[in-house]
Every structure is written in structure tokens, then in C-alpha cells.
Design a protein around this ligand. Sequence first.
Ligand code: PBG
Length: 333
Amino acid sequence: MTHVNYAARFPAARPRRLRQAEWTRRLVREHSLSRDDLIWALIVHDGAAARIPVSSMPGIERLNIDEAVKAAETARALGVPALAVFPHIDAAKKDNDGREATNPRGLVPQVVAAIKSAVPEVGLMVDVALDPFTDHGHDGVLREGVIVNDESVARLVEQALVLADAGADIIAPSDMMDGRIGAIRNALESAAKPDVLIMSYAAKYASAFYGPYRDAIGSAKALQGDKKTYQMDPANTDEALKEVALDIAEGADMVMVKPGLAYLDIIRRVKERFALPTFAFQVSGEYAMIKAAAQSGWIDEERAILETLTAFKRAGCDGIITYFAPRAAALIG
Ligand code: PBG
């Protein structure tokens, strides 16, 4: 930041002069949101129904593979650069070790292959974590009440390779195990996949705002306990810088802060310190709050969408993962 000397005093200085009309507000606007900034978060499912509404996220539906391909076509038409897919898995396929996560014929690899063959120009990001696939709802391997780090990392590496093989463009580990970025990067290099991008969920907090998502992917009822031994304490900021530094050193191309709106200070510090592509996830709870208030007639939904997304840009984000992406892209025009 440059030093600003406000020498002028009222009435020489009248800040309202610059706000008097839309044309001058546009001229002096410091930050702008573009469709290029958006990654569309999509929920997919392995059932037959085309679309199943998610009750805690009005307007969001779990999509089957055909509908996910249509969504990718919509993304292309709207100019949204990338999609992030999150799976809802049939409870019968879940087990203690999340074995379905590494099934090459599983739901996510199928969705990835279908989208990449129909709409190759849209970037495709996939979550690496075991929680959609475990019967206990945790992101890693559970042994005697403990999420064991290194065994989890080995499973996550396998999952990442399966997803890269299916054609995923961006591997996004959301599990918060230590050392997973380096392990996945090494495995991708060994598998002759040097161009696969990694966006790490680098500073991911143990947050109340994931509630609706756990309902959307069907892990809410399953989750035993909480995720505080691996996700970050919401009270910490220096620790976020340590997490980001490690992930960059291990081979992340892009980093993410999650959730979004409650963590704008973290985004700002990360962007200033590392000057690398920095993203925020406007998570399910943030989506649900805006929807619920708008449905009650308490806030203007469209303005709230654009205002919150602009806040991420102002804080220093290069882009935002959001369930509002198609709405926002249409609103931006
Ligand atoms: C889990 C994962 C979560 C989200 C993305 N990946 C939730 C969690 O950590 O329990 C949250 C997304 C959202 O709330 O929209 N690996």
C-alpha cells in the first residue's frame, strides 16, 4: 500500500463528488468482479434421478451425470471458467476406510470423464478427501478414534491419481492432513502427469458454515465427533500463513482459504505475503444464509450475491468457489 496524504480538507475535499452519478462511480471503482473469477461448485450423485433438491440449500440440487454435463455446458455458455464437483454417495458404498474414493469406476471419475469429453474447454476441479465415502464422515482414515495422518495421506494420493487419470484438471485436497500436497505432487510427477494443477485447501477452518454441505453430500448424519484435530482453529491467523507456506513449498499452484466471508483477513494476509493465486470458498452455510434471508424478504438476494463476491476480490482473491457462480455470471452479464 502506498502512503496517502490527505492534505485537502472540507470543503476542498468533498468525497461525495465522486459518488454523484453512476458514470463517475464506475470510473473510480477500485475492484471489479468478472465471470473469469468464478468456480462453480456442483453437487453430483450416483442415483438415477436427474435432480434431487438439497433442502438446506434452496435452489441447489444433486445432479446425476447427464445433468452435470448439462451444467458444464451452461458454464461454457455463461463464460464460467471452471467447475468444482462434490459427490453424494449412496450410504451402502461407504465404509470405514472410504474405499469407494479410489474406485476408478466411481461416481466422480465418471462425472469427470463425461464432462471432459463433452465440454473439454471448461476446467474441472475435484475434491480430494475421504468424507463423502467414509461411514464415519471424516476426511481421513479413522483408527481407534484417531484420524491417522500418514495412512490417510497414502489413501488421498491414490484418490488423486484416480481423479487425474479420469481427466481432472485441478486436484483440490480439502482434507487438511499434513504433507499431502507434497505426496500428491510427487505421485503426479511419477505418474507422468506434470501438468495437473493443485489447488490446496491450505487454510481450512473447523467451521459451522459447512453444515448444509454435509447435508448435501449425506455425511451430516454420519459424522462422528468434529474435525478439530485436522481443520484449523477459527481463532488463528499466523497458523494460516504456516499452512499456506508449507503447501506452496510442497507444490501447490493455487491456495484457498475456507470458509470465505468470515475469513477475509486471512485472505488479505495470504495474498500480501505470498502473492500467488489465492481463492476463497463461499461455502454452503454462506449460501444458505443469503438464501434464507432473501426468502424471508429480509435482504435483496442479487445485491447480496454481488456484494459478497466483490468483498472477496477486495480482500485479495483471484477467484471464488461459489454455488452462486451461474447466477453471478448472469448478473455480471
Ligand atoms: C470436506 C469438504 C467440506 C467442504 C468441501 N469439502 C466440508 C467439511 O470439511 O466437512 C465444504 C463445502 C461447503 O460447505 O460448501 N472434505
